[in-house]
Design a protein around this ligand. Sequence first.
Ligand SMILES: [Zn+2]
Length: 242
Amino acid sequence: MGASRLGFYDVPNVECRHCGETSLHRVTAFGKYFSLSIVPMFPTGVTMTAECEHCNKTIPQHEFPPALNQQYKPNKARLKRPWWHYAGVAAIAIFWIFGLVSNAIDSLDPRSEMLKNDIAQMRRTPLESDTLATKLSTMYMVATIGDQLDEADFNYLVKVKGDNALMLVSIPTLDDYDEESREQMMEVMEMVADQQFDLLTKNMYYGLRSSNKNLVVKTPTNYIVDDNIANSYLYDFYGAKE
Ligand SMILES: [Zn+2]
């Protein structure tokens, strides 16, 4: 909690509860705010004190004679809250709006829809005839972490477009694995691609996903292992932004 001075107003001819004189009282208002650490977040109220011009004694708000409280409303416009009392919520609002805007920009990129469609087409259970898929599942079996994985648990998609190739693998339980295990799984994906003649000369875009998000992404220019990877890292598979 914090407070800072908002301003003051004078009320003439008030009987002082200390010296008994009828004198001018100066009411000073303080704006209280909730703060996190030292950052003001949002206003929480106003507190006031009054000072008798005659005896200079201070009167706390709960001892105000009615005349002082009655003058609060007509003088309220003079008691301005500084903008920084809202600094925390303002910052949050700005980040929130920024997020909305970047989401909007993201959804304007046609490659966003292309990737969503490809993710939606990822299949479950490799077919016998699909040699690449069989390799993928076999590689998972022999990988050190493979024994924890059920072959039927993952979906995958491999797609070639010009000089680029996209390999998506999703494992529903991938959230449960630590970063090192996820990196090992990415290595497995790369090994599979390296063994695939038609992928050898391609620019590879790898996405290793849990059921709903990328957790490891590798592209010709980026390698990211994180719980929150933007889909946009994979967009260049579809070509440069127009
Ligand atoms: Zn007084």
